[in-house]
Design a protein around this ligand. Structure first.
Ligand code: KIV
Ligand code: ZN
Length: 530
């Protein structure tokens, strides 16, 4: 991607599907990644980092599928400086209309000495060879000196100049361990400009982690120092404490544009919806007081504040909830709405659903409309995402019976459809009805899953609200997250549990694939033939 002509334009590089997906416990499959990538395109990000293709055939396939079907943003694949990594990244993104290879190597002595166990000279050689190799495939090449903020700046500048000399079009400065502070980062980047003669000819990018809660502040400091690409993730997910949160960066630039003079191409009205989708599919909840997308981000508790907002919204609000798409709770359908109305409402929400998919969505909608007076846009969104999970789940909850009483321990019997299509049953007397269902599912599937987290949320307000449950469990040391939606909390819990179980089992398969891929790479055989 060439440097934008407009000096005030900030490129948004979304790494939800790569760095975000490296968050503990998150494991998205290809279909889920595709769904998120399509929403990111609707949101209007400039670059989607779709994955790290060398790491497993599953990651490769997802990046390839996104490259083939998501239109608009540049699609980037991550690669270490190894030839096999760059080849895999290229093969995964080559079908994108606008492909990018993003290659990286550490420049800090801590990483060079202990992790890479090599020398600075070797790092320079690897950076040079990697960018040159990537440029043989594609014009759009990004280079990152990993752990740059803890590295010797002279050496980092030398490596960046080498990368630019070989044709890198974006230089990304990662604060890999979330160590820097805003004033320090500004000074670092200013110095980097002085030391790297050609840095002004390429896009300078920043990639900040949130270990000290400074990822957004540091990214902003980077922009003030001249960076024009920010790497960030929806809901701030990512390694450890996460990445800079996309919605915070974008709304900061949007809200304070008159003071800062920088802008993005993001359609801010898609922010809330993107946040909900990522939260649902990853199983990572958004904290209620999270800036911009938290449930309370626009709620006013104190009487003085409520009074002020009623008189004039701007007394206590610096952003309008509609700007980030938080008005999506409007009533869209009722009990008597038909198939066509549902299809139209879904299309308005960006879901093009026809044929069998529409039949299933209509059946679920009717079940819910029978129990709920009004079905809102957020209800529909939850339903469609839930149906999407249904298609991909390995196990499916077919039915359950629970006997609960305050005088006897609750007893549950469940019927579960296995990935082979067989129905298996199991029963258990548990400490509570939810516990009884979960353990009955263990008994039906013969698994020794242990519950780690269980949460229940209401999709919207009101007594007839749809319940959304999240489960994190562990099987043999491998965790899996799952969610379920229903007006019946026990059903939502059961659905979430079988999905979490399926995800944990799938992750075990992915990890085995990744190990096989690493072993194949070590033995010199190709990781993946295109
Ligand atoms: O945090 C980091 O250094 C990274 C690089 C791969 C850019 O994620
Ligand atoms: Zn990172």
């Amino acid at each position: 991607m060439t440097k934008p002509e407009d000096p005030s334009r900030v490129l948004i590089f979304d790494t939800t599907l790569r760095d975000g997906e490296q968050s503990p416990g998150i494991s998205l499959n290809t279909q889920e990644k595709l769904e998120i990538a399509q929403q990111l395109a609707r949101l209007g990000v400039d670059v989607i980092e779709a994955g790290f293709p060398i790491t497993s055939p599953g990651d490769f396939d997802a990046v390839q599928e996104i490259s083939r079907s998501v239109e608009g943003p540049v699609i980037a694949g991550l690669a270490r400086t190894h030839v096999a990594d760059i080849d895999a990244a290229w093969n995964a993104v080559r079908d994108a209309a606008r492909p990018r290879i993003h290659t990286f190597i550490s420049t800090s002595d801590i990483h060079i000495e202990y992790q890479l166990q090599t020398t600075r000279d070797d790092v320079k050689g690897q950076a040079r060879a990697a960018v040159a190799h990537a440029r043989q495939y594609v014009e759009d090449v990004e280079f990152s000196p990993m752990d740059a903020t803890r590295a010797d700046i002279e050496f980092t500048a030398e490596v960046c100049q080498i990368a630019i000399g070989e044709g890198a079009t974006t230089i990304n400065i990662p604060d890999t361990v979330g160590y820097t502070m805003p004033h320090e980062f500004t000074a670092f980047l200013q110095k980097l400009y002085e030391l790297t003669p050609d840095l002004r000819n390429v896009v300078l990018s920043v990639h900040c982690h949130d270990d000290l809660g400074l990822a957004v502040a540091n990214s902003f400091a980077g922009l003030l120092a001249g960076a024009r690409q920010v790497e960030c993730a929806i809901n701030g997910i990512g390694e450890r404490a996460g990445n800079a949160s996309l919605e915070e960066i974008v709304m900061l630039l949007h809200t304070r544009e008159p003071a800062v003079g920088l802008s993005t191409a993001v359609n801010t009205r898609e922010i809330a919806r993107t946040s909900r989708l990522v939260s649902r599919l990853t199983g990572y909840p958004v904290q209620p007081n999270k800036a911009v997308v938290g449930r309370n981000a626009f709620a006013h508790e104190s009487g003085i504040h409520q009074d002020g907002v009623l008189k004039e919204r701007t007394t206590y609000e610096i952003m309008d909830a509609t700007t980030v798409g938080l008005e999506a709770n409007s009533i869209v359908l009722g009990k008597h709405s038909g198939r066509h109305a549902l299809q139209q409402a879904l299309a308005d929400l960006g879901f093009e659903i026809t044929g069998q998919g529409l039949n299933t969505a209509f059946k679920r909608f009717k079940e819910i409309a029978d129990k709920k007076k009004h079905v809102t846009a957020m209800d529909l969104e939850a339903l469609v995402t839930d149906e999407l999970r249904e298609e991909i789940a390995g196990y499916q909850l077919e039915w359950f019976d629970v006997e609960a009483s305050s005088r006897r321990p609750p007893h549950a019997i469940v019927g579960v459809r296995t990935p082979d299509g067989e129905e298996v049953t199991g029963s258990f007397t548990g400490d509570g009805p939810v516990d009884a269902i979960f353990r009955a599912i263990n008994s039906a599937t013969g698994s020794e899953a242990r519950l780690r987290e269980f949460r229940v949320d209401a999709v919207t307000g009101g007594q007839d609200a749809l319940g959304e449950t999240s489960v994190v469990l562990e099987v043999g040391g491998i965790s899996g997250a799952g969610q379920g939606v229903s007006t019946d909390i026990l059903e939502a819990a059961g659905r979430a549990y079988v999905r979490a179980l399926s995800n944990a089992i799938r992750r075990r398969g992915i990890m085995a694939e990744a190990e096989a891929a690493t072993a194949a790479a070590a033995s010199g055989s190709p990781v993946r033939t295109p």
